[in-house]
Design a protein around this ligand. Structure first.
Ligand code: PEP
Length: 249
């Protein structure tokens, strides 16, 4: 959807202590000096959300979480609820990241429940889908991501702000990226699955690409049809690298 303002979101994963706030401040200052065409968000570890939100206050940098629990509160030691993220200053939350799916056993149904929780807390969910290398090599990439979209997107997303991120698992943190033809094929399939699930509302949300996006490949990826932005891991940790991607949008 070329008319939508792209979203470039940085996922810091389990990286960053207070010293990393300098990168967020540098990013905010650069975007103040020269505003970006894209929306820009940083998703730091939960411990940094509140401080980062304060550090970038008044700038174009939006703040997100990386994960939330499906319940609003309770006996869930170590977990963080969507309302807590919002209270700390987050406006978005990444859900269903492949690392959560693989390392914490999150299913599509778990992700859908977390999306509901995020919406209830007023957060904009960024819902991740993507196939493994084994699934791609078996010719199952499109079927896998379409099933993930069908299972991870609750109908309550209708009319709400959200994004889907297509992140091939084999491209995350590896330096490998699909061809733009492969990206376009899957993004079109994701769009079809979103429309099948949500009707016309499925056309309104951007589909981000994620997986080894860097300044050198961002422009080519971001101009691919149906690519509405990027979810960026490693290259979002340094303001200079992240800006190189943001300026390509
Ligand atoms: C990610 O983890 O969402 C991601 C895309 O990581 P990287 O950019 O490092 O591949």
């Amino acid at each position: 959807m070329t008319h939508m303002r792209p979203l470039i979101a940085g996922n810091w994963k389990m990286n960053g202590t207070g010293a990393a706030l300098d990168e967020a401040k540098a990013l905010a200052a650069a975007l103040k000096a020269e505003p970006a065409a894209a929306r820009v968000a940083l998703c730091p570890p939960a411990t940094l959300i509140e401080r980062l939100a304060r550090a970038v206050e008044g700038s174009a940098v939006e703040v997100g979480g990386q994960e939330c629990h499906a319940e609003a509160s309770g006996a869930f030691t170590g977990d963080v609820s969507a309302a807590m993220l919002a209270d700390a200053g987050a406006g978005l939350v990444i859900l269903g990241h492949s690392e959560r799916r693989a390392l914490h056993g999150e299913t599509d149904a778990d992700v859908a429940a977390k999306v509901e929780a995020a919406l209830a807390a007023g957060l904009e969910p960024v819902i991740c889908v993507g196939e493994t290398l084994q699934q791609r090599e078996a010719g199952e990439a499109v079927a896998v991501v379409q099933a993930q979209v069908a299972g991870s997107l609750p109908k309550s997303l209708n009319g709400k702000d959200f994004a889907v991120a297509y992140e091939p698992v084999w491209a995350i943190g590896t330096g490998l990226t699909p061809t733009v033809e492969q990206i376009e094929e899957v993004h079109r399939a994701v769009r079809a699955a979103m429309v099948a699930r949500l009707g016309e509302a499925g056309r309104a949300a951007p589909i981000l690409y994620g997986g080894s996006v860097k300044p050198s490949n961002a422009a080519e990826i971001l101009k691919t049809p149906e690519v509405g932005g990027a979810l960026v891991g490693g290259a979002s940790l340094k303001a200079g690298d992240f800006l190189g991607i943001i300026r390509a949008a």
